[in-house]
Structure formats: C-alpha cells, structure tokens
Design a protein around this ligand. Structure first.
Ligand code: ADP
Ligand code: MG
Length: 732
C-alpha cells in the first residue's frame, strides 16, 4: 500500500511524521529528526545537513530560508528584507527569461525558482521517508504559515508537484500544532481557545484559534517575521568573540576575521556559526557549553589563535531574556489587536525549536501562570505530528476531490478569508470582500456585476489579498470572455468558491445563462500572472493609444483568441511554454498594430513634431522661424491640393530641423517610455525603472539648461541621456 505522511516544511528545519497506530517522527538518512531546509551545490545539488555544512566552504552556493521567497516578487517586502539582512550570501535575482517579476535564486551558476528549491527539500524528505517506511510515499499533508497568501500557497503546491507528492491538504501550522497537542479533543458543542506560540529559527509566529466541533477558527495572527533562534545565535556569537578578544587582547576581532583569506574566512564563519548553535542547544540542558575552533584564526602577527571558550547558563540567559520579553510584548499586542483578555485563552501552546530554551517556558509561566503553558518534550516536532495525524485521517480518501468537504473529515480551517475583488462603481474602483470572515470552509458565494459597455467582450477579474497598511496585494488575475453581444449594464453572475486549502476559484456566466458558465483561469504570480498582466496593460493602452477603433478591435479579438486557447487547454494542463507564447505573441501583436497605425502620413508627423517643438521650446526659437512654422502648419491643414501640400510640408520640416539638438532632446521622453515597455525588470545590471527615472530627470534638466541659455550644459545632459538609451538599442 502506498503511504501518506505529514510534512512540516520549515524555514530553518523540516520534519516528517507518519501515523499508523501512533504518531512517529521519521528520521532522515543521516539519522536526524530535523532536516535542515537547506540546498547547496557541490558538483551536484545536495540537500539537508550536508548542504548546511557547505556554508563553511561555499556560502554563495548554499541556499537557506527559501520559504521566505516562495510566491514572491523582487518588490515584496519579505524579499527586500531578506536581501538587506546581510545574513544570506547566495544570489537572488529576477528570472532571466525576462518575462516575469518572480524571484530566482542562483545555485551552481544556474537560476532556480524558489518552488524548485523547495521541491528539492520535499524530494529528500519523500525519499528518506520511503526508505524508512519501505514503501512508496505518494501523498502528504504539508503545513504552511497561517499568514501565507494565495500565491505562497500555490507556490508550495507547485513545489510538491515537482517533488512528485500529491497534497492531501495544505494545513496551517498553528492548526497542526493544536492537533498535535490534542486540544481539539472536545465534546460536541464544547469550545476551547488557544494561542500557538511558535518560536522557530528565523520567525516568531503567534496565532489564536478557537476550536469547536472540529472547526478551527482563527481569531488573528501576530508575531515577528524577523525574530528567532538565529538572532539569539548572533548575540551569543558576539559574546563568544568578545571573550576571545579579551583572552588574546585583540583590539578589533572582526577586522582580524575580515583579513583572513576568503577560504579561511568562510571556514571560520561556518565553524563559529555551527558551534554557536550547538552550544546554544546544549545550554538548554546543561549548565555550560564550550566552543573550540583550532588553527583557523590568526592574530596581527600571523600567529594562530586556538579558540576554546566556555559559556555559562547564566551568561546565556542574560542574552535570551530580552528575546523572551519581546515575545511577551508581541503576545500582548496580538491580544489587544483581537480584543481578547488573557483569561479568554485556555492554553498557550509552545511550538518551535527556540521554545526548547527553559527560560522561555519559565518566563511565560511567571507571566501567565504555569497551568496555562503547554509544551511537549520536543516542541519543534509538533507541527509535523499534527500534519501526520491529519494525513492519517484523510488517508482513506485519496480518491476524493480535495474540495469535497467529506474528504476533509472534521477538520476545516476557517480564517479571515482576506480575499477582495476590485469592482467599479460609476468608474470609481473599490475593493469588495468576497467571503465573509469566519465562514467555515469550503465556502461559496455569488455576486452580480454589470457590464460597462455595449457588446463588452472581455471582463477582467482581479483578486486582492489582505490590505496591509492600506495596500492591497494583487494575488490573481484572469479574464472572462463574453461570447455574445450584451447591452451595457447586463448582469454577470460571479460564483466564488474557497476550498479547504483556501484556494479560490471563480466561475462566471451571464445572468440566466448558466450554460455559458466558465471557470476563469487565474494567473497566480508566475509567468501565468505576467502573461495575463501584460494582456491587461496592453488592453488598457490600446484604448488610450490606438487611433482607430479597428485597431482596438483587432487587438481585443486577438486577445480573445489567446484566452480561448488557454481555456481549451484547461487550468491544470497549461505549460509554462504556452504562457510564454501568449506573453510574446500578445506583445508582438500590439506592436504590429501600433506600427501599422503609426504609418501616419508625412504631413501629420511633421505637424506633430513642429507643434511639440513650439510648445516645449517656443521661447528659444527665432521669432521669424516661429511665425513661419505657425503659418506653414495653418496652410498645410487647409490645403487640399496634394502637390502644394507636399511642398509646404518639406518647408516645415526644413524649418524645424534647424533646431537639431532641441528635437533630439524631445525624443528622450518617448525613448524613456519605450524602455519601460521592454519586458523584464532589468537589462544588464541596471533596472529599467531606474534608467527611466534617470532619463526623465536628464530630460527635464536639459530643458531647464537650454531655457536658461546654458546650451553646452544642456547638450552634455542630452549626450548622457543617449548613452543610457544606447544600451537598449536592440529593443528600440
Ligand atoms: P523553523 O524556523 O523551521 O520552524 P524550528 O522550529 O526547527 O525551525 O526552530 C529552529 C531553531 O530552534 C533554531 O534556531 C535552533 O537553533 C533552535 N533550537 C533547536 N533546538 C533547540 C534547543 N534544544 N534549544 C534551543 N534552541 C533550539
Ligand atoms: Mg516551524
């Protein structure tokens, strides 16, 4: 029989558990309960502890905390924070096919998507579990943080798919922990409210759940995404280095480390990192621990320093105390946020590796009373155990569809359902919540919206997630095609369904015509999203920029054809290649229509350029030329005789071309705009946006220089601008 397991796919560590008669942790091939969520490269890709140890040799090719990058773009705060943290040496870039703003990491000189890296971890967990169980592992419950967005969850599903695992359910980590602690063991109608305090390696996650009749209702989440055991390690490491400096009378020990040849420095940094963490873990059960590093560090005279330092529990607790205090502050903040009194919590469940530190339990007990605190012997295993318990419950229902409520047993995770759709009221855009808070899953809701033009063919559906400080993040984007001609203000019915993984699907049909119902294919963060996004941008631009209704119609028809093709292939079957094709052909089509349209008669072009010159630089033109140009434009516009018109146009061109540098200056603006339209965020090493900004600045400054009479300075700025524009030669 094929097996199903529970997986805690953690930021720092991953854990696999399996339940038959009881729950067991499945150790990996190295014999450990925890598998480092780390992927490295040495001739080939390696995963786990061996990869982690590579930090001491090749930190550039050691990828940690990839979970923080899942389903993200380079613009996301979490990614920017990670890059700015200075703790990670591996490369993070935009994916170099240039079609998408998703993040890529670099390993062994090759780019990978976060989900591909995550898949390597899952694959190792699967392989090791199969060896342990002596059987094929086909299914898993995988846990994700309660705050994961739709995109992040989709990326996790994708990782599982790459690793060859069918996901029975994505389970929220706090729910998993609550299951493991058995707090869901209640009489019908009884309710309990718990706080899950998950202190891990890189994050501190808080969450409040009320459990009643097999439902887990989330009241709120909190914590700090940048607080964890790693921070304690860094403080402890500073203490250790301080002690070394004192013992050997070293003035500036970090300078000594920086001076080491690169290979030795990596070795030293790796050693101190590994040993500090080991000492910290030891101090959870002993009264002192030591760190010894021989034959790596040298003093100013080149003499070897052998490090042998011991740390007492007391010294260690002095370091830890502020971290626990901070965690208590965050508990209080969350309670205040959801309007709960501590008395409303039945228990605080301690989860995560850092909760192993005895001072954590001690301080929490002092603050909230010992009877309120619940901690298992190994709190870092709880999440995987909960996942295994659920996996076992779902075990006999492989064949059922994942959003069939009976397949979920009594577990359904009800959260705040922070999904919003953007709708227009009298042309004012606003966001409307799709599914009410605390609705049990799976949930369905129907909404009716009206078409905004006669014979509208395309309806855009944009889904947004939780507004964080007023910013809505777009999670998914798709289109519904209207097959017939409907008058303006016709009603369309939108059916929204949120499955138990909190993944949303949308079906649409014209009111009263259910037979035209279509599931919308939603792009969610990768090339799918980008392809739909470019369609969106270009449709908007086409209505603004195309001069003829024919051009607009041709473009909309083309887009309609592409979306129909996508619909035909079906959500599950569309390959990335198909999305790439959609992306490129749509862009090409747009350019083609635009350039056909732009084959404007010579006269129109000349008038346009002359008018621009008059408008922008009128005061710089010779009075006589200015008058002549205005007169010529008037004559061209009124002349009907072709021959005469042509002569007048040539005269006009001759007039304005005298002002060569001013005309060239005016081109900077339109070049800048075209650069922004090139697919991809970076070209070479600079970002297009930065180049755009620079060009617009140069353009404005040059105009000012010319107008104030500093012609040479103005020309210099124009030259600088064209040096930037030249980089984009092949695209413009
Ligand atoms: P994740 O962030 O992946 O959820 P874990 O829950 O496994 O990670 O927590 C990892 C952190 O817990 C690391 O910082 C690790 O050093 C720390 N840790 C693990 N065991 C102990 C222990 N016995 N005492 C103190 N810290 C520990
Ligand atoms: Mg964890």
């Amino acid at each position: 029989m094929k097996k199903a397991i529970g997986i805690d796919l953690g930021t720092t560590n991953s854990v696999v558990a399996f339940k038959d008669t009881s729950v067991k942790i499945l150790r990996n091939k190295e014999g450990d309960e925890l598998t480092r969520s780390c992927v490295g490269f040495k001739d080939e890709i390696i995963v786990g502890k061996v990869a982690y140890q590579l930090l001491g040799r090749d930190p550039i090719n050691t990828i940690r905390s990839v979970k923080r990058l899942m389903g993200s773009t380079l613009k996301d705060k979490a990614v920017i924070d990670l890059m700015n943290s200075g703790h990670y040496k591996y490369g993070i870039t935009s994916y170099n096919d240039g079609t998408d703003d998703a993040v890529a990491v670099v390993l062994g000189g090759k780019q990978y998507r976060p989900e591909q890296i995550s898949a390597k971890i899952l694959k190792k967990l699967k392989d090791d579990a199969e060896e342990k169980l002596g059987d094929e592992v086909t299914h898993a419950v995988i846990t994700v943080p309660a705050y994961f967005t739709e995109r992040q969850k989709n990326a996790t599903l994708k990782a599982a798919e790459i690793a060859g695992l069918k996901v029975q359910k994505l389970l929220a980590e706090p729910t998993a922990a609550a299951i493991a602690y058995g707090v869901d063991n209640l009489k019908p109608g009884d309710a309990t409210t718990v706080m899950i305090y998950d202190f891990g390696g890189g994050t501190f996650d808080l969450s409040i759940l009320t459990i009643v009749d097999g439902e887990y209702i989330a009241a709120g989440t909190g914590g700090d995404r940048w607080l964890g055991g790693d921070d304690i390690d860094r403080k402890l490491q500073a203490l250790i280095l301080n002690k070394v400096a004192q013992e050997y009378s070293i003035n500036d020990i970090s300078k000594l480390i920086q001076k080491l040849p690169e290979k030795r420095r990596y070795q030293f940094e790796g050693q101190i990192l590994f040993q500090t963490e080991a000492a910290k873990i030891q101090l959870s059960s002993t009264n002192s621990a030591s760190v010894t590093i021989d034959s790596i560090l040298e003093d100013e005279n080149g003499d070897i320093i052998d490090i042998d330092i011991s740390i007492t529990r007391q010294e260690f607790e002095k370091i830890v105390k502020p971290f626990v205090e901070r965690s208590i502050e965050l508990i209080e903040t969350l309670l205040k946020e959801v309007g709960y009194d501590i008395g409303m919590l039945d228990k605080i469940l301690l989860v995560g590796g850092t909760s192993c530190i005895p001072l954590v339990k001690q301080m929490l007990s002092e603050r909230y009373g010992a009877e309120k605190i619940k901690i298992s012997e190994k709190p870092m295993l709880a999440v995987a155990e909960g996942a295994a318990i659920l996996s076992h419950r779902l075990d006999d229902s492989y064949e059922r569809s994942p959003d069939d409520s009976t397949a979920i047993g009594e577990i359904s995770y009800s959260a705040s359902h922070n999904y919003y759709i953007e709708v227009a009221d009298d042309n004012v855009m606003r966001k409307e919540r799709i599914i009410e808070k605390l609705t049990p899953l799976p949930a369905k809701t129907s909404k009716t919206f009206k078409t905004t033009t006669n014979n509208q063919k395309v309806v855009k559906v944009a889904l947004f997630s939780d507004p964080e400080k007023g910013d809505f993040g777009m999670q998914a984007l798709g289109y519904y095609l209207i097959k017939e001609n409907l008058p303006i203000q016709s009603e369309l019915v939108f059916d929204f369904q949120l499955d138990t993984n909190e993944i949303l699907t949308v079906n649409v049909y014209p009111k009263g015509k259910r037979n035209q119902e279509m599931q919308i294919i939603l792009g969610r963060g990768n090339i799918d999203h980008k392809a739909l996004d470019i369609i969106d941008t270009l449709i908007n631009k086409s209505t603004r920029e195309f001069r003829t209704a024919d051009g607009e119609e041709e473009f909309v028809n083309f887009v309609t054809k592409k979306i129909t093709e996508i619909e035909k292939e079906g959500v599950a079957n569309i390959s990335d290649n198909k999305w790439h094709e959609v992306f490129y052909t749509t862009t090409e089509k747009y350019d083609e229509i635009k350039s056909t349209e732009n084959r404007t008669p010579k006269a129109e072009k000349a008038i346009f350029r002359a008018k621009r010159l008059l408008m922008e630089f009128g005061e710089l033109l010779d009075q006589f030329d200015k008058g002549a140009m205005i007169e010529l434009i008037k004559q061209i516009e009124t002349t009907t005789e072709d021959e005469e018109k042509n002569q007048l146009v040539d005269l006009l061109i001759e007039k304005y071309e005298q002002y060569g540098v001013l005309n060239v200056t005016l081109q900077i603006e339109s070049y800048a705009e075209r650069i922004l339209e090139i697919p991809g965020t970076t070209i070479g090493s600079t970002s297009k946006q930065a180049d755009y900004d620079r060009l617009i600045r140069l353009y404005n400054d040059a105009k000012i220089k010319f107008k104030s009479g500093s012609f040479d300075n103005g020309k210099e700025l124009v030259n600088q601008a064209f040096t930037i524009i030249e980089k984009y030669d092949q695209w413009l």
